[in-house]
Each structure stands twice: as structure tokens, then as C-alpha cells.
Design a binder for this molecule. Structure first.
Ligand SMILES: Cc1cc2nc3c(=O)[nH]c(=O)nc-3n(C[C@H](O)[C@H](O)[C@H](O)COP(=O)(O)OP(=O)(O)OC[C@H]3O[C@@H](n4cnc5c(N)ncnc54)[C@H](O)[C@@H]3O)c2cc1C
Length: 412
């Protein structure tokens, strides 16, 4: 393949698309208004898992939502001005929560998640930064032991797909992770995972790799995207109009705004998440650990211990809610009582979320030469490498023997 491909957005998804396209011989140009990998892809919890194949909308979730919305300490909140958008999105979300939908979505998620560790290891090879991905278990820690139930649907599906899960009691949990509170009475251990020890650095290192392999990086804000009568794409920036035959849209949650002028309205929302990071925690974790009650994930990173979570639905540009720092810090201490919380760093990012927890990948109907690679919600770090592979195969015209309908933008 010899053509040039232009990628809008150099988050982890755009970067992985670039690497896979380069492997197939394409010349690649990435456009981003910021540094590669330093937006949403910077602040996540670092979980890379073949077994994160469970969507957000699960059977019975409707019963828990009102309670969560009323509790200011719960992981879920909606900014008041966002309700008009929230209602139709939320109804679509709930419609996907039956067991049949969950199982169908899980199969599609598996396709993207299963090879993620292997693909990251391949991309990081020879960068000198191979240790940015480390073997890990995923530990789901419970205060109420009866809730650590391997027969619950999410755990059942993981096991049916070959995941190795084990239920352990509180003392075994503290043998594995001594820093965890004695309040945790049981846990589910999900084996065979990995964790990224600095998501921002992975983005920067892989972007450098693409650059060394010849990728062009254009630092500019894309203000418009349209196709001219001769079939070329014109990408407007404040400095210039760039031209391209083939465009991959990988602009995370901002992709929806770029599609609007093309007459495409897509249910992609900013599901805002936060992290607090403790640079001198005076303790560490060997694995990614989720406090299932608080719905937060803790992981030791190269630059400290990070605790990430919350699902705050709001407009893309609303400022971060400063109360989340205190809440996450309090929850981190409840999880790890000896944690040193001095010099806490606070961050907010925007998960690009569709109601069915699946991204949009592939040709965008009626827009020849335009491919989608956005909407990875809670799973974008781990789904990025396989997304890159699929996009590169599709752009280079390879025949795929898998159905990509679950990822078609036209499903909405
Ligand atoms: C708190 C939290 C925890 C998470 N934990 C995990 C986890 O453990 N594992 C996991 O797999 N996922 C996790 N995620 C989700 C994951 O981080 C995202 O799905 C992923 O980062 C999305 O990547 P992206 O490349 O699509 O988007 P982004 O990283 O947002 O990249 C989009 C890029 O496009 C650029 N851009 C946008 N619009 C324009 C424009 N008009 N002009 C120029 N450039 C533009 C932006 O500058 C940005 O660099 C988490 C998310 C959050 C918030």
C-alpha cells in the first residue's frame, strides 16, 4: 500500500492506527492540536485486559441508577445542563442492558480486547520502553463477601470465554496486596492481564516510534472536514487547508462535532472521568485493583499511585468539578489506609462513550474515503491496538473474515 493516510487525532487510538498503517506500507500524517497521547489517553487507569469484555449496561442496572444519582459520593453524576442530552442517550443505554444484548456486545468487545497485550508488546518492541506494560491480575475487591460471586453474569461470561478467575478471601487478598484495607472481605482475581505503568508515556513513546518510521505530525486544530466534488477531503485548520484522499477520524469525543457538518448526528457523549495521583504514596500495588463499591481503580504507576474513576456526564467543555478531588482522595484512603496523600495531582478526561459501550470502527457510510476509529468509552487504551489493525486492514483493502457490523456507525 503506497497511499498517504491522514489521521485526525493522535490519542492512543490514532497512534495505534498510524503504527498498523505503517506496517502495511502506508505513509501517515497525524493531525492533533496537542501533544500526541496527552488528552484522554493520558489519564486512564492503565488496565489492558483481554477479559474486559463486559459492557457498562448490565441487567438490572436501571434499579441502581436513581440511588447513585441521589448520592453525591457515588461514581455517577449528571451535570444539570446535560439532562436534555442524557435522557435519549440513557434510554438507548438501558435498552442494551438485557442479557442477550450484553452477550452480543461482549463478543464484539472480545474481538478488540483479546489481542491487546500481545499487540502492545509488539508496538513497544525495540523502543527501549518495553517495561511500560507489565503483567498483572485484575483484582475486584469487595467489602461484602457475598457480592464476590463468580456466578454473577459478568464473571460468568469472562469464564465462558476462557478467563481464569478465582474467588479469594480477605486474608489471601492482603497477602497479595498488603496495602489494602481490612474492610475488604473477599475478592475476585482475574488472571492473565496487563497494566500500563504510564499511559501518557506509552502514547509519547509510540508516537515517537511512528515519527521515526516517517509519520508526519501536524500540530493544528481541525476546524472543518468536507469532501469536495472531485472526491478529495479538505481538512480545515486555522493555518491551512490540508487535502487527503483517505482520512481516519480518531478524535475521541470530539469526533462527533467534526461529523455534524456532514449531516451525521451520532450519540457520542463525554463521560467524564477523573484521577488523583499520589507522587510519594509510601506503598505500592502489584496489580490493578478495583474497589467495586466505589467503582474506582488503583494502580502503581511510574510516577506515583493513581486512583481513577467516576462517570460524570456533562458537556465536553465544562470545567472539572473540584469536589471530585476530595471524593477520590477520601475513597483512595478508604481503600489503602496508609497511603501518603501529600502533593496530590488531579486530572479530568473525557471518555468518548456510545450507549452500547462499543466504538465506531470502519468506513463511514456515504462518506467515501472517511474511516471512523472513535468512541472507545471505558476501554480505549486496551482496544486501541486492535482498532489500529482493523482500520489498517480496511484502508488497505484487505478482506476481513469477521463481521464488523457491531462497530458500524450506521447502527445508530
Ligand atoms: C478516568 C478514566 C480511566 C480510564 N481507564 C481506562 C483503562 O484502565 N483502560 C482502558 O482501556 N481505557 C480506560 N479509559 C478510557 C480511555 O482512556 C479512552 O477510551 C481512550 O483514551 C480514548 O482514546 P482516543 O485516542 O479515542 O481519544 P483521546 O485520547 O481523547 O485522543 C483524541 C485526540 O484528538 C485530538 N483532537 C480532538 N479534536 C481535535 C481537533 N478538532 N483538531 C485537532 N485535534 C483534535 C485531541 O487533542 C486528542 O489528542 C479510561 C478513561 C478515563 C477518563
Amino acid at each position: 500500500m503506497s497511499e498517504q493516510v491522514t489521521i485526525i487525532g493522535a490519542g492512543i487510538v490514532g497512534i495505534c492506527c498510524a503504527l498498523s498503517l505503517q506496517e502495511r506500507g502506508a505513509a501517515v500524517r497525524l493531525i492533533d492540536r496537542g501533544e500526541p497521547g496527552q488528552e484522554t489517553s493520558f489519564g486512564n487507569a492503565g488496565v489492558v485486559s483481554p477479559w474486559s469484555v463486559i459492557p457498562q449496561a448490565m441487567p438490572g442496572i436501571w434499579k441502581t441508577i436513581p440511588q447513585m444519582l441521589l448520592n453525591p459520593k457515588s461514581a455517577l453524576s449528571v451535570r444539570p445542563s446535560f439532562w436534555p442530552k442524557m435522557v435519549p442517550w440513557g434510554l438507548r443505554f438501558l435498552k442494551q442492558s438485557g442479557e442477550k444484548s450484553v452477550r452480543d456486545i461482549s463478543d464484539a468487545m472480545e474481538l478488540l480486547c483479546r489481542p491487546s497485550i500481545e499487540l502492545y508488546r509488539r508496538h513497544l518492541q525495540n523502543t527501549g520502553q518495553e517495561d511500560l506494560i507489565a503483567d498483572s491480575n485484575y483484582i475486584h475487591a469487595f467489602r461484602r463477601p457475598d457480592q464476590a460471586d463468580l456466578k454473577a453474569l459478568g464473571y460468568l461470561i469472562r469464564q465462558e470465554k476462557g478467563g481464569q478467575l478465582e474467588r479469594i478471601d480477605g486474608s489471601e487478598l492482603r497477602r497479595i496486596e498488603p496495602a489494602l484495607s481490612k474492610d475488604f472481605k473477599a475478592a475476585i482475581l482475574i488472571r492473565g492481564q496487563a497494566r500500563v505503568t504510564s499511559p501518557g508515556r506509552v502514547g509519547a513513546v509510540l508516537a515517537d516510534k511512528a515519527r521515526h518510521q516517517g509519520a508526519e505530525f501536524v500540530r493544528a486544530e481541525v476546524t472543518g472536514l468536507n469532501r469536495t466534488e472531485d472526491g478529495q477531503w479538505h481538512i480545515a485548520t486555522p493555518q491551512d487547508t490540508l487535502k487527503a484522499d483517505t482520512v481516519v477520524l480518531a478524535a475521541g469525543v470530539w469526533s462527533a462535532g467534526l461529523l455534524k457538518p456532514l449531516g451525521l448526528s451520532v450519540p457520542l457523549v463525554a463521560e467524564r472521568g477523573y484521577h488523583v495521583q499520589f507522587p510519594t504514596p509510601n506503598m505500592g500495588l502489584e496489580n490493578s485493583v478495583m474497589d467495586v463499591d466505589a467503582k474506582i481503580v488503583a494502580s502503581s504507576m511510574q510516577d506515583g499511585l493513581r486512583v481513577a474513576g467516576t462517570a460524570e456526564f456533562g458537556s465536553i467543555n465544562a470545567p472539572p468539578d473540584p469536589r471530585k478531588q476530595a471524593l477520590l482522595t477520601e475513597q483512595a484512603l478508604a481503600m489503602m489506609p496508609d497511603l501518603n496523600i501529600a502533593d496530590t495531582q488531579f486530572w479530568m478526561g473525557r471518555r468518548p462513550s456510545f450507549p452500547d459501550s462499543l466504538p465506531a470502527i470502519g468506513p463511514i457510510e456515504g462518506q467515501k474515503g472517511l474511516f471512523g476509529a472513535f468512541g472507545h468509552s471505558h476501554y480505549g487504551l486496551m482496544m486501541a491496538p486492535k482498532t489500529g489493525e482493523l482500520v489498517a486492514d480496511l484502508v488497505s483493502g484487505r478482506r476481513l473474515n469477521i463481521a464488523l457490523d457491531p462497530f458500524a456507525l450506521s447502527r445508530f
